[in-house]
Design a protein around this ligand. Structure first.
Ligand code: NAP
Length: 328
């Protein structure tokens, strides 16, 4: 019988790629979604080996108990659901607490209601692995040091904190409860790349792809200026592939970072101008400021995954081609 995986937050940008790759590999997938209409929408793309359970709120005590009791065939749980937004009314309530309590609810539900599950993989973040002190320290062994009070102060800090606090809560759960399942984490840096299905590219893109699509507003004819920005990126298809590798291969406690390389706004703009000249975008300074921050040696993760990561140009072109096509 085909194995069955549970994916929390199956409507998400990354989760849809994970589900798609699982289905392609012959898994059956049960996903959690927040409403029936969202479930029906993704099911149209996923097909008959996908079913969904409604979990309205990650934070509700026992949120995942019922869903897991209904599916004794599930043997692996991928926890991707977590708030990722730059618009919150209350940073603690809307971002930090759902991340922490959602993770703990998943682990508690598996321990009490799904003893057949042997493996949990949490989609954490490269941001939990930045310590701000030594940029060359190995990310696999590093934690960000943001305090709870600092994290509440703005949405970006709340997100950075939420991912670290949630991951730490999982580590504590394992230490205290000594569950029979293993818990590991995948740490993507900023994720670019096309939506898993063309229909999902209509309208606004997911928040992290707006780092690219936002540049499409910089029309040469309007004399716009290029804002400075840089960082590290990974393509979403590689993020999903890393989750599948972690299902099949023990991670032995490695907090697996997934990172292709660095980018700057100028490198993104150069790629857009080369591949989509008809968009008539500003040029910026095409030969300056091209190398994004790709410091911190993540060779342990690279070796573990053994993947050839998708490069920036392909990631950007695939994203924008799909977006322009969907929004013609
Ligand atoms: P996304 O598209 O916004 O997906 C987030 C998922 O979580 C959605 O399914 C969303 O449901 C669900 N969710 C959010 N808050 C919830 C709540 N309070 N209760 C129930 N469900 C909730 O974002 P993504 O980029 O795919 O991110 C997925 C995971 O990867 C997150 O854990 C994120 O922290 C992590 N990550 C993302 C990046 C990145 O650059 N994108 C980088 C590193 C790590 P709805 O669809 O109903 O809103």
């Amino acid at each position: 019988m085909a194995p069955t995986a549970f994916v929390s937050g199956a409507t998400g940008f990354i989760a849809q790629h994970i589900v798609k790759q699982l289905l392609e590999k012959g898994y059956n997938v049960v996903g959690s979604v927040r409403s029936e209409s969202k479930g029906e929408k993704v099911k149209k793309n996923f097909g008959s080996n996908f079913s969904y359970e409604i979990v309205e709120d990650l934070e509700t005590e026992g949120a995942f108990d019922k869903a897991l009791k209904k599916h004794p065939e599930v043997t692996v749980f991928l926890h991707t659901a977590s708030p990722i937004t730059f618009h919150a009314e209350d940073n603690e309530k809307d971002i930090i607490l759902p991340a922490i309590n959602g993770t703990v609810n998943v682990l508690k539900a598996i321990k009490s209601s799904a003893p057949q599950i042997t493996k949990v993989i949490i989609t954490s973040s490269g941001l939990t692995q930045i310590n701000g002190v030594d940029p060359n320290s190995a990310p696999e062994d590093t934690w960000n040091s943001i305090s709870y009070e600092r994290a509440k102060q703005d949405t970006m800090s709340a997100y950075v904190g939420s991912k670290a606090f949630a991951e730490k809560a999982a580590v504590e759960f394992v230490e205290k409860e000594k569950p029979s399942f293993s818990v590991s984490s995948i740490h993507p840096v900023l994720v670019f790349g096309p939506q898993a299905y063309d229909s999902e590219a209509k309208g606004e893109l997911n928040i992290t792809n707006t780092f690219i699509s936002g540049l499409l507003k910089l029309k040469a004819s309007e004399g716009a200026e290029l804002p400075k920005s840089d960082g590290r990126f990974i393509d979403v298809r590689d993020v999903a592939a890393a989750h599948l590798i972690a299902i099949e291969k023990p991670t032995n406690g490695l907090r697996v970072q997934v990172r292709s390389g660095g980018y700057t706004n100028q490198t993104l703009l150069n790629i857009l101008n080369k591949n989509f000249p008809e968009l008539d975008l500003i040029k910026g300074s095409p030969t300056e400021n091209l190398v994004g921050d790709d410091s911190a040696n993540h060779s342990k993760s690279r070796e573990y995954l053994g993947m050839n990561y998708i490069g920036l140009e392909k990631s950007v072109v695939d994203t924008i081609k799909q977006y322009l096509e969907a929004n013609k």
